[in-house]
Design a protein around this ligand. Sequence first.
Ligand code: A3P
Length: 344
Amino acid sequence: MRWIPVLSKRTLFIYFILLFLLYLFYALNSCLVDEKTFTLKYVFLKQHISKYRKVGVRVASLFGFNFDDDYQYTRLKQNEVPVKRLPDALIIGVKKCGTRALLEFLRVHPDVRAAGSEVHFFDKFYHKGFEWYRDKMPPTLEGQITMEKTPSYWVTRSAPKRVYAMNPSVKLLAVVRDPVTRAISDYTQSASKRPSLPRFEDLALVNNSAGWGTLSVVDASWPPVRLGVYARPLRRWLRRFPRSRLLLINGERLVVDPAAEMTRVQEFLGLKRVITEKHFYFNSTKGFPCLLKSESRGTPHCLGKTKGRSHPYIDPRTIERLRDFYRPFNERFYQLAGINFGWP
Ligand code: A3P
């Protein structure tokens, strides 16, 4: 029983403080949850935590420290209750061009709230109505942007008209990348689900299996090839929306310099420039930029393993055929977009 005198009042007090700090640390981290668990309970708990943090920040500032940057998730105004709203901005495509990366990077911003998974309202579930759609959205505070990404909107013929009916001022974002790489990426995704899929070369070119001596032409009807003809869908969207309402994001630059591309995105959405170089690091194992922290996770993390897969070897002659095929469509796309993406 010699341990009893060791636990003096002072020691107990220190233990209590340590336990309390541990609890605060735990509560704070479990609060930075993903959209699916974003509930009112979470918000109220967060309000309490923000009070403690505010005191902490004030005390720290007395000693000359500035916690402004780490303080970005606590913008809740007292007694403000978040509500679900229809989206202010949509990522409409293009499939396999980096749409998930764009959304995940945007979610770092405290003024952006996005539905976690693709909602497919304007293509599959339009008949369910706008109330159904609103319910799929995360609750937001006034001034926060509600977003959703469904890449198939890009090629859904009725989508521009339907989106316009929801809100003619909605902001549209589309990521595009070299259509040849996009087609290979699309194929790689299908092949990962169906290992018995024929070779890319045999699907992309008609008559290819008969050998290179025969005249093989690009199969423009094969979806991975067809989706890379960006000019057609762009024309459809621009019939409804002015060019200024649609931001085209360079998928290659999103990998090479994500911070620069995110600066354009934040400007377009009228957001304060919060997402910067300091949010990214290059993961050499993955070969892609990853996030140092985000709203849902305080530790460095990359996108899941379905993003950034290694691509199979493709015969360079097939690549050349595809490049020749896309060249005139790319030119048309650059004209409509007013941007030369410089794809080979
Ligand atoms: P691959 O997996 O073929 O490399 P989407 O999200 O629209 O389906 O696009 C997936 C593609 O996003 C990936 O295709 C990858 O090239 C690209 N991408 C861009 N930035 C990425 C990142 N930071 N991490 C992983 N993939 C990224």
